[in-house]
Design a protein around this ligand. Structure first.
Ligand SMILES: [Zn+2]
Length: 279
């Protein structure tokens, strides 16, 4: 399974809104020595008694806004999942945190399961409604505060390859390797062109394509829940059906039929159409 990117994290957020908002955290158990990020200002138990007012997201950071000054922050890393276990189903094998939630007579369990342990939780203070971990992250294109013109100008001031610039979470957050390749393909931009050689119009088209492709993935992901658990992990099926460039090496470009090429990009890869995306 690919690493969760913004659309998957947004799908998780929507699932958590649906199943956890308005509930009070009646217990919180930390089950793994590396669950809590070192920057956590308090043990996990500090969230007990807190009512979940909202579940928010910036980039790939999620947080539960509680009726107190501290928020419960989560990052899914590579394999982190939030699960609401159903009765008589086996428990997943890598539960790192266990919560009981209550709302009136309703109660449910919430698990944080993470086989690879790159995900984490933390208890953090909020500044302007944003937890400390996410303060350095730029807003993503879905955020009300997103300033499209300012983002385009900042991208155009960079000499680096446009692919690195669109992945730079301090300029615009949310775009990972998969959606970078997809949005570059949609905007017909070669991944290795320097950002400062591209027009305002071209970078604008790229930013719009990134938002569009991620919105489509959220649409698809929003309807899929695992049968075993109420799995809000956002495994959307989008990856198998809708990718034009990412992971499609040797496959025909859906626009022109030329074979998609893969080139090295740091320790990862870039996928692009050599006919539609010329240097
Ligand atoms: Zn093409």
């Amino acid at each position: 399974m690919p690493m969760p990117e913004l659309p998957e994290v947004e799908t998780v957020r929507r699932g958590l809104v649906h199943f956890a908002e308005g509930f009070t955290i009646s217990s919180a158990q930390d089950l793994h020595p590396r669950l809590l990020k070192p920057a956590s200002v308090a043990p996990l138990a500090a969230v007990v008694g807190g009512k979940i007012k909202e579940v928010n997201r910036r980039g790939k950071f999620l947080w539960f806004t509680l009726d107190r000054d501290l928020a419960l922050v989560a990052h899914l890393g590579m394999t982190g999942q939030f699960l609401f276990p159903q009765k008589e189903r086996p428990m997943p094998g890598h539960v790192r945190a266990h919560f009981n939630l209550k709302k009136g007579l309703k109660s449910r369990e919430l698990l944080f399961n993470d086989p690879r342990t790159f995900g984490w939780l933390s208890v953090e203070e909020l500044t302007g409604g944003v937890p400390t971990s996410a303060l350095h992250i730029a807003v993503d294109p879905f955020d009300r505060a997103f300033d499209r013109d300012a983002v385009i100008a900042r991208m155009r001031s960079r000499k680096a390859a446009i692919k690195s610039v669109i992945l730079n979470q301090e300029i615009m957050s949310g775009v990972g390797n998969i959606y970078a390749d997809e949005s570059l393909w949609r905007a017909r931009i070669h991944p290795e062109i320097s950002a400062n050689e591209l027009s305002v119009k071209k970078i604008g088209a790229l930013v719009d394509a990134a938002k569009e492709v991620m919105a489509e993935a959220v649409e698809v992901g929003g309807t899929s829940f695992d049968a075993m658990y109420i799995n809000v992990n956002g495994e959307s099926g989008f990856f198998e059906t809708s990718l034009a460039a990412y992971g499609q090496e040797g496959e025909p470009c859906p626009r022109c039929g030329r074979q998609i090429r893969r080139i090295a990009f740091g320790n990862r890869s870039s996928h692009f159409c050599p006919k539609c995306q010329v240097r």
